[in-house]
Design a protein around this ligand. Structure first.
Ligand code: ZN
Ligand code: ZN
Length: 368
């Protein structure tokens, strides 16, 4: 079929919203009519060349939609199902899958690095040129052909558009707290960066019964929203001010039990590390530019601090997507407040500009 999609031909170029060709699903794949796709910093990293991907590529990975058709052998999906797409395909058979670490599936990793689906081919092309899939989702498009394993069915009585956020920002923020760190009730928490991921860290920390939740950001409106969603204090980062000292003071002087970094910059990872109390854990949720390096004060290791990575919030998507959608339905997790605007696919280039300037939360590309 022919459809509109956002293609990146080379890093640094404008995304090209244009007509492309999409083949029907092969065995184990589903055709999904996309309802909405969030504009995530990871897409921007690809556009800017900070995250090398096989090009040309159809961008977009934080999406929701309705199953339109299924390929041979697909069992858990039916046409008409509402689904959230989460970017971690799994084969169920490799060492990582058998160990319950599906986010590190060997087949999924191969698909992500080659920009293809499980059989090593692509369903996407433009004027005869093959286009690559982005993490087997490629959802800045009217339709996507995806592996069955990345499409998680959800209840139908929530906003399908808003549910798109679950596929990346919410899994990452909520999972970072509930899965990667698995914080204790009463723990003190700092959140460095209050965008789409950080605001879900704030909410998950509140749901986990954190004792203090200190939000840190450069923008006052994001701090105000963080406080509405459960942060007990906010610190605005300004030139010359010592935000680390501010966090430590608010946490009783010696720092927080958990610091979550939700930006992906060496400077804020170091600040998160320095804001910890002895024995504390810093979790990096942001995506740093590939190849960037980090310097930290090694004395923290004598104090038994831990520096942890996290990919998609260490999520088990089949369990966590429905659980998160239930929390959204019950009002315990507020997601509509995180959507700063809804826009058509044609306005994606401008949306990337706004994200680059840091002036927005989550922008949602919606499809009629
Ligand atoms: Zn993302
Ligand atoms: Zn696997």
């Amino acid at each position: 079929m022919r459809m509109q999609a956002a293609v990146l031909w080379e890093p640094g170029a404008h995304v090209d919203v244009r007509e492309v060709e999409l083949e029907p699903p092969h065995a184990g794949e589903a055709l999904v009519k996309i309802a909405a796709c969030g504009v995530c910093a990871s897409d921007l990293h690809v556009v800017d060349g900070d995250l090398p991907e096989p090009l040309p590529i159809v961008l977009g990975h934080e999406a929701s939609g309705v199953v339109a058709a299924i390929g041979p052998g697909v069992e858990r999906l039916r046409p008409g199902d509402h689904v959230v797409l989460a970017l971690v395909p799994c084969c169920g058979e490799c060492a990582s899958c058998r160990a319950g670490r599906r986010n590190f599936c060997e087949l999924g990793a191969a698909m992500a690095s080659t920009g293809t689906l499980a059989d090593g081919t692509s369903r996407l092309s433009a004027d005869g040129a093959q286009l690559h899939h982005f993490n087997s989702v490629s959802s800045f498009a009217e339709y996507a052909v995806v592996p069955e394993s990345v499409a998680v069915p959800i209840r139908r009585d929530v906003s399908l558009e808003t549910a798109a956020l679950v596929g990346c920002a919410v899994l990452t923020g909520y999972g970072g707290v509930a899965r990667t760190a698995n914080i204790e009730e009463g723990a003190t928490v700092a959140v460095w960066g209050c965008g789409g991921v950080g605001l879900n860290v704030v909410q998950a920390a509140r749901l986990a019964g954190a004792g203090a939740i200190v939000a840190v950001d450069t923008r006052p409106e994001k701090l105000a929203l963080a406080e509405r969603l459960g942060a007990t204090a906010g610190i605005q980062v300004t030139a010359g001010a010592d935000a680390v000292a501010g966090v430590r003071a608010l946490a009783g002087g010696d720092g927080v039990d958990y610091a979550f970094e939700a930006i992906g910059r060496s400077e804020t990872i170091r600040s998160a590390w320095e804001s910890l109390r002895p024995g504390g854990t810093a979790v990096v949720l942001g995506l740093p530019p590939k190849g960037s390096t980090l310097t930290v004060d090694t004395w923290g290791f004598i104090n038994e601090k831990t520096l942890r990575g996290s990919f998609l919030g260490s999520a088990d998507i089949d369990a966590d997507v429905p659980r998160i959608v239930d929390l959204y339905h019950s009002g315990e997790l507020r997601l509509d407040e995180l959507v700063s605007s809804r826009l058509p696919l044609a306005e994606l280039p401008e949306a990337f500009e706004r994200l680059r300037r840091g002036e927005v939360l989550r922008q949602l590309v919606v499809f009629p």
